[in-house]
Design a protein around this ligand. Structure first.
Ligand SMILES: NC(=O)c1ccc[n+]([C@@H]2O[C@H](COP(=O)([O-])OP(=O)(O)OC[C@H]3O[C@@H](n4cnc5c(N)ncnc54)[C@H](O)[C@@H]3O)[C@@H](O)[C@H]2O)c1
Length: 242
């Protein structure tokens, strides 16, 4: 039986790369995204010989998330891998940060992880080798001026990851976090030149990462070789946050 992965934010840069990478390993893919534009990706995935489906959902909505998770389990017959990847930024300095932007980012980035982890926990426990991989950020480890909402949500993901790792370990489910640095996607495309230059000067490897590199790490954590790793946070940041 092939394994089944649910990837939230699967229409975006990193989520799409993870979907394609896991499909190359023969994993069936359920893409969850607020964007409805997943037809081309699903066709590509099916072209790799796996089952693929797209589910439109706002991950921050508990009820919607529950309905989508139920539908995915019914459509695919189970879930083995959950990649909590959906995320947004609404950057501003603390003095200018609105309550609405703080709440929105925490709701999508952190509560979204809770929603999908909770709604899929029983399915993952039924899997012979359940895997949860949460996409955090170096901002959650180091803090980042202008990202009080984002860094709080990403640090929250780390606490959630370690607790879920402890709670689900007896049921054979591992739970780990990936903390990317600056990765070339839609999220980082519009950074002003001066910010990009400052970022690059702070990265020992002197370049941004690419989504395929994050996907390779996610595929490793989802694999049999990573069966003894749980509650871990792995940076993939060119050395930026060491
Ligand atoms: N790009 C980076 O440098 C970087 C660095 C560290 C962490 N990350 C994290 O990686 C993850 C993926 O980011 P990316 O760079 O691929 O960004 P992206 O903007 O390309 O993709 C994010 C995806 O999430 C989806 N999404 C946003 N809000 C949603 C919601 N409420 N419900 C469902 N889907 C929603 C978007 O539609 C999009 O497809 C995010 O959690 C992000 O915080 C990115």
């Amino acid at each position: 039986m092939s394994r089944v992965a649910v990837i939230t934010g699967g229409a975006g840069g990193i989520g799409r790369a993870i979907a394609l990478r896991l499909a190359q390993d023969g994993v069936d893919i359920a893409i969850v995204d607020r964007s409805a534009e997943c037809d081309e990706l699903c066709a590509l995935l099916r072209g790799l010989g796996v089952r693929a489906g797209a589910y439109q959902c706002d991950v921050s909505d508990f009820e919607q998330a529950g309905a989508v998770c139920g539908q995915i389990v019914a459509d695919f017959g189970g879930v083995d891998i959950l990649i909590n990847n959906a995320g947004i930024t609404k950057d501003n300095l603390l003095l200018r940060m609105s309550e609405a932007d703080f709440d929105l980012v925490v709701d999508v980035n952190l509560k979204g992880v809770f929603n999908f982890t909770k709604h899929l926990s029983k399915a993952l426990m039924r899997s012979p080798a359940g895997r949860i991989i949460n996409i955090s950020s170096v901002s959650g480890l180091m803090g980042n001026a202008g990202q009080v909402n984002y860094s709080a949500s990403k640090a929250g993901i780390i606490g959630l990851t370690k607790t879920v790792a402890r709670e689900l370990a007896p049921r054979g489910v591992t739970c780990n976090a990936i903390a990317p640095g600056f990765i070339e996607t839609e999220m980082t495309r519009d950074l002003p030149g001066s910010v990009k230059a400052a970022v690059l000067s702070a990265i020992p490897l002197k370049r941004m990462g690419n989504p395929g590199e994050v996907a390779g790490l996610a595929a490793f954590l989802a694999s049999e070789q990573a069966a003894y790793i749980t509650g871990e946070v792995i940076r993939i940041d060119g050395g930026m946050a060491m």
